[in-house]
Every structure is written in structure tokens, then in C-alpha cells.
Ligand binder design. Structure first.
Ligand code: PXP
Length: 256
């Protein structure tokens, strides 16, 4: 069975909406590991829209199964990654400031020199590198030539396809996964996967890891909301009960 690697960026997205300290992605990572995550992934973006530098450092100290650092192949990010000792994997992705999420795969063939130099720099720092690429044989050839040990096939086009396009995109993933494995690459896949579309991808032979974020965090909000409301009601009731016993609001505050 492919390993499930959980991307927890969107816990930080929620936190950054208020710029306070909850929800904490590090606590989320612990829960994801308890749920069976084979590893945790965070994307440190140039604009720091969700994960912050201190999150990466705290995650590295806390997670048990290893931390994957997703990032653009830029000098700033390469410097940061080189400063960490025990990353499980560095994942190069293309990054645009204006995008809502990673939009397409890395054009390894088109940016060969900078990607190959980035892979070499990470190897020198002791990090394995994964390249997030569109499911195209030419990108696999380029990824291998650039020295990557791992490729992650972009499943977004499959997830977003409609009608016959779904089968076409799945067939493309199957073909390219097989091609990459025969070249000796570790093949992972991810982006846009959810409870309704993951099974056919999981059935592709030889995929090592599935990297999933948004749908897991979204589903967690939904399955956890009822309990969260119940717990808030219980706490309101506790305040009222203590007041009925004669405690003032200041007495109750002193108990926290
Ligand atoms: N893999 C890569 C390389 C990504 O950039 C992302 C999104 O950060 C994912 C997987 C997870 O995608 P999603 O959040 O759509 O599950």
C-alpha cells in the first residue's frame, strides 16, 4: 500500500487568518501521525502565507516519522533547507506569488540547469530531493538527468478532469508511473486527491507515497465541528454553573 504523507499547510492557513497561535500545525502534525500519516509535509512559501520558519523548526523537533519540506528551488529556500539537518525529503515545486495553490508541475526540462544545481546542493546537504512534475515522459527523463531520486506526479489534472478526460488523465499517470519506475526512480503522486478520487490512483502499481493536504484538513473541519460546538457549549455551561455556586467572574478567571 502506498504511504500517506499528510500536508498540514492549511492548519497554518487558518491560524494566519488571525495571526495568533491557534490552530497549531505542530499539534496537527502529531494528530496526523497518530492517525497513521507516514510522514508530514509543509510548504514554506516565499510569501510565508501559511507556514512560518519557526513552524518548520518546531515540526522538525516534534514529528516522529520525518518531515518533508516543500519549497521553490530558489537561493533563499536552498539556504534554509541546507541549514536543517534531518529533513526526510526536500520537495521542489514551482511557485508563483499570485497562485492560490501549486498550479502545475515543475518544468524540469525547461529549467534544467537551476534544478540540477538545486538537487546537487541538497544532496551535498544530505537531503533526498523529490521533483513535482506533470505526468509527461519528457519531464521524467529530465528529472532523472537532473539527479533526482524521487518524482511526484501531479494528480491535479486528473482530479480536475471531467468526462472522458478523467480516464485519459488516469491512463497518463499509469503510463508515466510505469516509465519512471523502470528508470529506477521512486514514484510518488499528489495534489487534488480526496475521498472521492483517491482509490483509482492508489491502485496504480508501484506508487510509493501519496501526498495529500487540502481534502484531509477540510474533512477534519467537517468531522470535528459538531464536537467543537458541543465542547464550547459545555464550557459556557461550566461558567454558568460556577457562577450559580457563588463564584464571581474574577474567581473563575483565577482558576485558569
Ligand atoms: N504535493 C505537492 C507537491 C503540493 O504542492 C501539494 C499542495 O501543497 C500537495 C501534494 C497536496 O495537494 P492537496 O493540498 O491538493 O492535497
Amino acid at each position: 500500500m502506498a504511504k500517506l504523507c499528510v500536508n498540514i499547510d492549511h492548519i497554518a492557513t487558518l491560524r494566519q487568518a488571525r495571526r495568533i497561535d491557534e490552530p497549531d500545525p505542530v499539534a496537527g502534525a502529531v494528530l496526523a501521525e497518530l492517525g497513521g500519516a507516514a510522514s508530514i509535509t509543509c510548504h514554506l512559501r516565499e510569501d510565508r502565507r501559511h507556514m512560518q520558519d519557526h513552524d518548520v523548526a518546531r515540526l522538525l523537533k516534534t514529528v516522529k516519522n520525518g518531515l518533508n519540506l516543500e519549497m521553490a528551488c530558489t537561493n533563499e529556500m536552498l539556504d534554509i533547507a541546507a541549514g536543517f539537518k534531518s529533513l526526510r525529503m526536500v520537495m521542489f515545486v514551482p511557485e508563483k506569488r499570485e497562485e492560490v495553490t501549486t498550479e502545475g508541475g515543475l518544468d524540469v526540462a525547461g529549467k534544467f540547469d537551476s534544478v540540477a544545481a538545486g538537487v546537487a546542493r541538497m544532496a551535498a546537504a544530505g537531503h533526498k530531493v523529490s521533483l513535482f512534475i506533470d505526468a509527461r515522459r519528457a519531464q521524467i527523463d529530465a528529472a532523472r538527468e537532473a539527479g533526482a531520486q524521487v518524482v511526484e506526479l501531479h494528480t491535479g489534472p486528473y482530479a480536475n478532469a471531467v468526462g472522458d478526460g478523467v480516464c485519459d488523465e488516469l491512463a497518463m499517470l499509469m503510463d508515466v508511473a510505469d516509465y519512471a519506475q523502470h528508470l529506477g526512480l521512486q514514484v510518488n503522486a499528489g495534489h487534488g486527491l480526496n475521498l472521492r478520487n483517491v482509490a483509482p490512483v492508489a491502485a496504480i502499481g508501484g506508487l510509493c507515497e501519496l501526498h495529500i493536504g487540502h481534502s484531509i484538513i477540510s474533512h477534519a473541519v467537517m468531522v470535528g465541528l459538531e464536537r467543537a460546538v458541543r465542547e464550547m457549549r459545555a464550557e459556557i455551561g461550566r461558567g454558568e454553573m460556577l457562577a450559580a455556586r457563588g463564584l464571581s467572574p474574577l474567581d473563575i478567571l483565577a482558576r485558569y
